[in-house]
Design a protein. Structure first.
Length: 306
């Protein structure tokens, strides 16, 4: 049984087609990345998954439970960390987590609440009123709220947006542990280095449609493996020869007209490029060969997706 089964989900807001037929299977125990630019449809899809919005067409199930017909069980199997900092200003951190437990009919949950607070470095804020917390601390409480009922599926919608490096490291250590223990994790993030380090498989969305879906390693491998960054000396020819112009990575253009980023698909190509530069009378001032990462893959796919 899939942890999340998404079948032909469509959603329109007046003239805007937010989701144009999304189909996706996320298996139990996966650490899955859902990536895309702002407005791609990620948060809309998560809202439908959490039962906060209704799709115009299609179905979603969580652990086999339809999010519309069997909302209560679907929601019991799901923990969602939203983008927005939504909190009740009248309660302490511990009271907030106890109430969240009560929403799922869970009593005497203090041992697990204590463990969550310890892992998210919230213990010394347990009796602090929510309105007195910093933005980063409030975000930690949102994560804790999503985990109080020990859901098998956890969705993190930009969980580290605008927070400090310490929280990011603390959070990922805890979430990685939960994943190792069998929890399914779905992550949306603009920090692509996080997605590359954590996610086993990734779907990329653009304009409400999936434009790439594969393992992280396969995505990086299938998009050109490296780039050659060249700075040409000012005392010689600084115009790139025509034979190399098709290899320019456009989104890597520098303000310095002597600097170029060239796409490299295999190591033998580097020698050919250097020969073309020599023949054209170019003198290399600086040279770097860089391996492609998920950010490079993301930008190439978004550039090419229509």
């Amino acid at each position: 049984m899939a942890a999340i089964q998404i079948s032909n989900i469509q959603k329109r807001f007046q003239s805007l087609q937010a989701l144009g037929g999304i189909s996706l299977t996320i298996e139990e125990g996966e650490f899955f990345g859902l990536l895309g630019p702002n407005g791609a449809g990620k948060t809309t899809l998560i809202s439908i998954l959490a039962g906060l919005s209704r799709a115009d067409a299609g179905q979603i199930s969580v652990q086999g439970h339809d999010v519309v017909r069997d909302y209560r069980e679907a929601r019991r199997n799901l923990g969602v960390v939203p983008q927005e900092l939504v909190f009740d200003p009248f309660f302490t951190v511990r009271e907030t987590l106890r109430m969240q437990s009560g929403y799922f009919g869970i009593r005497n949950n203090d041992r697990w609440i204590d463990e969550i607070m310890e892992n998210l470095d919230l213990t010394n804020k347990a009796d602090t009123n929510m309105r007195a917390l910093s933005g980063g601390m409030k975000r930690r409480v949102l994560v804790a709220q999503a985990l109080v009922h020990k859901p098998p599926v956890i969705v993190l919608d930009e969980p580290t947006a605008g927070v400090d490096v310490e929280l990011r490291q603390t959070l990922w250590q805890f979430i990685a542990r939960l994943n190792r223990e069998g929890h399914t994790i779905v992550l949306t993030t603009h920090y692509l280095e996080e997605a590359q380090a954590l996610c086993n498989r990734i779907a990329m969305l653009k304009s409400g449609k999936i434009v790439a879906l594969d393992s992280t390693a396969a995505l990086i491998k299938r998009i050109s493996g490296s780039q050659l960054r060249v700075t040409l000396a000012a005392h010689a020819n600084t115009v790139l020869p025509d034979a190399l112009r098709s290899q320019i990575i456009t989104h890597e253009r520098s303000a310095d007209p002597r600097q170029f980023a060239l796409r490299v698909t295999d190591s033998a190509q580097v020698e050919t490029m250097l020969r073309e530069l020599r023949v054209a009378g170019c003198v290399i001032e600086d040279l770097q060969l860089l391996q492609a990462d998920l950010e490079e893959v993301f930008l190439q796919i978004m550039e090419g997706a229509k």
